[in-house]
Ligand binder design. Sequence first.
Ligand SMILES: Cc1cc2nc3c(=O)[nH]c(=O)nc-3n(C[C@H](O)[C@H](O)[C@H](O)COP(=O)(O)OP(=O)(O)OC[C@H]3O[C@@H](n4cnc5c(N)ncnc54)[C@H](O)[C@@H]3O)c2cc1C
Length: 448
Amino acid sequence: MTNERPAVAILGGGFAGVALALQLRGRATVHLYEPAAPGPGLAYATPHPSHLLNVPATGMSLYPDRPGHFAEWLAARGGAGPESGPVFAPRAVYGAYLREEWAAAVAADAGLRHVPRRVVALHPRPGGGHVLTDASGARAEADEVVLAVGGFAGGGGQPPHLWGDPWDPAARAGLPPEEPVLLVGLGLTMVDVLLALREGGHRGPVLAVSRHGWLPLAHVPGAFPAPWPVAVPEGEGVLPLWRRLRREAARAVAAGQPWQAVLDGVRPQVQRLWQGWDAAQRGRFLRHARSAWNLHRHRLAPGVAACLAAELAGGGLRTLAARLEDWSPRGAGVEAVLRRRHGGEARVMVSRIILCTGPEGGQSWREAEPLWSLLAEGRLVLDAQRLGVRTDAACRALDAAGRVVPGLSVLGPLTRGRLWEVTAVPEIRGQAAALADRLAGGKAGDSV
Ligand SMILES: Cc1cc2nc3c(=O)[nH]c(=O)nc-3n(C[C@H](O)[C@H](O)[C@H](O)COP(=O)(O)OP(=O)(O)OC[C@H]3O[C@@H](n4cnc5c(N)ncnc54)[C@H](O)[C@@H]3O)c2cc1C
């Protein structure tokens, strides 16, 4: 330690890393390792104006204690104010907000520093803390290290036929405008890729497939409904919960409220419910309810839903309940073999296949350093559901023997094994604030 403040190294300068760094302002010396500009990360680096936030501006503040901060920032820059109804801003605009907040904080606090490189190795320092090695070979020491590397590393696939990173612009580059494309996955990532294709001038037919064949659902257009009160008792299992939600949705609709209000009512309880479930119940939820949950929980902005509806109505997008079984290059294109959900095979010729399934589809964070080595050495361990790594209630990493790894914390989607509901801004910013308190010595051991 060079002064009174702890030296904190944060690996990853996406939303989570930046939210934590800003919370540590004035309380720690922070080195934020991020190869790109701090702020946008994976979600908000998109240049496409059609890629909108899926949470209204009023829910997207960086700061849990100032919930209106982003909406005010947006209104001050000419965006519609909260009084004109929910605003789903372009994600690129939100990326600019994060970059700007980071830049302002760095200008005001000499204790915040961006290191524009990846960390590739992490070793315990005798006496506590860690020694980090970055991609240039430079070494640095830190009292506390935080892994905020997101939930997806991208990459993989077998270009030029099969693309594993849906956010890589190369996956769409050089595509003949009229040629058909196959998208594997039917969630929000597929919608991102479809919109980016159209923005880039692609007019050809798009076939999108997933196991269930379900498309994402949308937020209610117009005024945002108040959350419908749902009181879920302690210890309620997966099936009773599912029945309860269906019952409450029917009651809400009968009372003139949309079903979406029920999901918003239960969302603040999801971390508690998940933590009350044992491994068997969590497994049951993931096997039987995950797809349906994601569909209802991660909803499209109304404007994006309208584009999707127009694509379906115009025949530009077709969907199929099927999985990609095999593929092989044919001339300039590729033949895909699809196994239909209800039996039978379909063969389609397309110019390329883009995997839009997220972490399951391409290279995952598990294969990237330094996590790969930390896992291989048992200094980190996957949680029982393999959603992320094991952590305790204060975001401290746990090793293979279940012991706290001193000086190593985890933030954001990698803590899904403990919390499940920790992939979006409203949850991550709260987690970052609580972790900052612990790291800065404010409230050691606090639950996050
Ligand atoms: C496409 C998309 C859209 C989303 N839209 C919304 C939305 O509208 N509203 C909402 O609330 N939530 C949304 N989310 C969810 C949520 O906001 C994101 O999951 C959140 O931004 C996660 O941030 P993160 O910092 O954990 O991860 P990331 O954004 O993935 O950032 C991780 C960063 O870590 C860096 N990194 C990785 N390894 C290293 C290393 N070894 N050394 C240094 N740096 C490293 C990477 O370069 C990357 O920038 C969206 C998510 C996605 C993927």
